[in-house]
Design a protein around this ligand. Structure first.
Ligand SMILES: Cc1cc2nc3c(=O)[nH]c(=O)nc-3n(C[C@H](O)[C@H](O)[C@H](O)COP(=O)(O)OP(=O)(O)OC[C@H]3O[C@@H](n4cnc5c(N)ncnc54)[C@H](O)[C@@H]3O)c2cc1C
Ligand SMILES: NC(=O)c1ccc[n+]([C@@H]2O[C@H](COP(=O)([O-])OP(=O)(O)OC[C@H]3O[C@@H](n4cnc5c(N)ncnc54)[C@H](O)[C@@H]3O)[C@@H](O)[C@H]2O)c1
Length: 497
């Protein structure tokens, strides 16, 4: 695949002047998961919707985020799994690692080589929503202008609502010289087809850890600069410690509690990074993975008193921007900063669409915990999986957040070891499981699992939290023998239930 800057982000189909209508029940700005779900649900309920997109239809997830990153990570995991099973590992030539070119080709197939016409455009069209390419900007109450790069323009009007679903963009820390070296962001890291000899990664959150694992598995040297005392600081420190151990065993050099103070590109093209510890790292490329900010600029938000500096848009529980009079402006997905993950964007799309439809039917929308117009899970049960090897998966409260919130809780920990796990792959590394349980009620508030294949094991904890299940009830949720799910038996036993 060609480098990032030769990918065509602005295909010429679906020009503004090709739209047959100018009035829709709902206008969605942004065709990521949040915008697409809102459009599709509105049409399914008998309303009209148009989705406005300025770049590739589909947003970040299919082209620059979840899909390519997991396509790059999965082969390493499959190889490690195979190496852990006697009878299979003997057939492997483990010295060779993954086939890097085949892995890039696999990623290219999943992204359709960054061509949205194959899957994503048909997905929107088959949902019944109209699609238009161009930058969407609010020009008044329920009014949106859409302008393409060639200057083609249309003015749209919404009868019911406008949904801002414009996602987020990478945050570039204000480090002297960083912007000038033209650093990689997640887009370059997920679309590259060459392995930098030495990749310096700034930021040890989800992107930083996952991409370090990818490029180290490809045989590159990787240095990871982590400003916090432990990697994955949003997770429990024990999870971070285990993931750090695995990255280090892959050869990643991790600098904890360290900041980059100055960045410079040398005449030979290499990147020199000065660190707060006094050390200097010299690498081939630098990837900035230091978090994201809401995509709020150049959308006409200032006329409604909204910030345009990347601060997430404040919304109520139905994802309505309720500071704007008239109850017509919604913000779903990364732009509201509540839970910037793809599954949450899908959830936001559903909740916002339900609220718009309810209001259209004359229902007075008053979001209440866990009803269909309230994004309650954002506060209680957002799962996340970091697809390093081992996986780190969590949902609900971490120990740190429970402490910060002053909750009375107890922590239950258990190993991720069972006969089922050993039969699955006896060479797996032992993992770690944790439940955060409310002291007074014995209800589950949070879970963190670290181990091989635990990505698929976090959902039972999500269900238990949303269902308000207690330890006593969970005693009766018996995992089948011999499965990996017996980690839940370990947790129940460790809790003494
Ligand atoms: C490397 C990486 C890996 C990730 N992996 C995972 C993962 O494994 N699991 C997970 O849950 N999450 C993951 N995420 C997070 C996930 O990608 C985001 O939470 C999600 O894509 C956000 O969806 P969205 O619909 O809010 O916005 P987006 O998908 O970003 O869509 C917004 C769209 O709006 C368009 N747009 C913006 N402004 C305008 C405008 N004015 N007019 C018209 N169009 C506009 C943009 O071009 C974009 O296409 C990852 C993120 C990264 C960076
Ligand atoms: N598997 C997944 O679910 C997955 C994978 C990738 C990304 N994502 C999501 O995408 C978004 C972006 O990911 P991300 O990893 O960029 O953000 P993040 O917020 O998860 O991590 C960014 C990290 O960068 C650190 N940082 C900030 N400034 C720094 C600096 N100057 N030097 C060094 N470190 C610095 C922060 O402490 C933080 O730990 C997040 O919402 C993340 O959850 C999810």
């Amino acid at each position: 695949m060609p480098p990032y800057n030769s990918i065509n982000l602005h295909p010429s189909s679906h020009a503004p002047s090709s739209l047959k209508n100018a009035t829709y029940d709902v206008i969605c700005i942004g065709s990521g998961w949040a915008g697409r779900v809102i459009g599709a649900r509105l049409v399914k309920a008998g309303y009209t919707a148009v989705v406005v997109e300025e770049e590739l239809v589909g947003g970040d997830c299919p082209f620059w985020a979840c899909v390519p990153s997991k396509a790059l990570l999965r082969p390493l995991q499959a190889l490690e799994e195979a190496k852990a099973v006697t009878g299979v590992k003997e057939r492997l030539n483990s010295a060779n690692g993954v086939d890097v070119h085949a892995v890039f080709a696999r990623r290219d197939a999943f992204t359709s080589k960054w061509n949205d016409a194959d899957r994503l455009v048909p997905l929107v069209e088959n949902s019944g929503a109209d699609l238009v390419r161009g930058v969407g900007r609010l020009t008044g109450v329920k009014k949106v202008s859409v302008q393409s790069g060639s200057g083609d323009k249309i003015e749209l009007e919404a009868k019911l609502a406008v949904a801002l679903c414009s996602g987020s963009v990478p945050m570039i820390p204000n480090i002297p010289g960083l912007a000038e070296v033209n650093p990689w962001g997640p887009r370059q890291a997920t679309s590259a087809s060459e392995v930098p000899e030495h990749l310096i990664v700034l930021g040890a959150g989800a992107v930083g850890c996952e991409m370090s694992a990818v490029y180290a598995s490809f045989g590159g040297k990787v240095s990871l600069v982590c400003i916090a005392p432990e990697v994955l600081p949003r997770m429990d420190p024990e999870a971070g410690k285990l993931v750090r151990g695995s990255l280090e065993s892959q050869g990643v050099k991790i600098h904890l509690s360290t900041e980059a103070t100055k960045v410079h590109r040398e005449a030979n093209g290499s990147v020199k990074v000065e660190l707060s510890t006094g050390e200097t790292i010299q690498g081939t490329e630098i990837l900035v993975a230091a978090g994201r900010k809401a995509r709020t600029n150049d959308m006409g938000l200032e006329q409604f008193g909204l910030k345009t500096d990347g601060t997430p848009l404040p919304v109520n529980e139905s994802l309505l921007v309720d500071s704007v009079p008239g109850d017509w402006l919604y913000a779903a997905g990364d732009i509201n900063g509540r839970a910037p993950l793809t599954h949450s964007c899908k959830y936001h799309g559903k909740i916002a669409a339900n609220a718009i439809i309810a209001k259209a039917k004359g229902i007075n929308v008053r979001p209440r915990e866990y009803d269909n117009v309230s994004a309650t899970a954002d506060h209680t049960a957002v799962p996340q999986v970091v697809f390093t090897n081992p996986n780190a998966a969590s949902v609900g409260l971490t120990r740190t957040r429970a402490q910060k919130e002053g909750r009375a809780f107890r922590e239950v920990t258990a190993p991720v070891v069972s006969v089922g796990a050993m039969l699955h792959a006896e060479g797996y590394k032992a993992g770690w499981a944790q439940w955060i349980v409310e002291e007074q009620t014995n209800k589950l508030l949070g879970a963190t699992l670290v181990g091989d294949d635990v990505a698929e094991l976090i959902h039972p904890s999500t269900v238990a939290i949303v269902g308000g299940l207690t330890l006593e009830q969970l005693t009766h949720a018996i995992p089948a023998f011999p499965t990996l799910s017996e980690v839940y038996l370990n947790l129940v036993d460790a809790a003494g239930a």
